[in-house]
Design a protein around this ligand. Structure first.
Ligand code: DQA
Length: 138
């Protein structure tokens, strides 16, 4: 069974509560439960942290044994050279995802430090962005 980690960064623990007009009204736990049911031929895991260092530690932990990481690094996407370096350092392919279409939003969200080191980027499909990324590992 392929092992895939879905890794969410800062403020994504508040999905379903936070800025619903942008991020929708479903909690991630609810959505992730649906994903697990749908993809029962994959070993899907979920981890969320609001801390940059913890996200990096998690990438190091899974990055030499898992088959894929689906990463929404939240605002760290636009600021973190350290997460970009962690993605480059590991063997496991990482797909960058975003719920919103960041290119329709503020200019500071248009640049990602991470994209260059990722296998691909999926954004703007709401929570379905995660499912599309998971599909790419099948
Ligand atoms: C986000 C977009 C980021 O710009 C923002 O900081 C987030 C969520 C998204 O999924 O659309 O926290 O990554």
């Amino acid at each position: 069974m392929k092992k895939i980690l879905v890794l969410n960064g800062p403020n994504l623990n508040l999905l379903g509560v936070r800025e619903k007009s942008i991020y929708g009204d479903q909690s991630f736990d609810q959505y992730f439960g649906d994903l697990k049911n749908k993809y029962d031929t994959l070993e899907l895991e979920y981890f969320q942290s609001n801390s940059e260092g913890t996200i990096i530690d998690k990438l190091h932990e899974v990055g030499f044994s898992y088959d894929g990481v689906v990463l929404n690094a939240g605002a760290y996407t636009h600021t973190s050279v350290a997460i970009a370096d962690a993605i480059a350092a590991i063997n496991t392919p990482v797909i960058e995802v975003h719920i919103s279409n960041v290119h329709q939003r503020e200019a500071f969200r248009h640049h990602s430090y991470l994209s260059k080191n990722c296998k691909g980027v999926i954004l703007g499909f709401g929570l379905d962005s995660y499912r599309l990324a998971i599909e790419s590992f099948i």
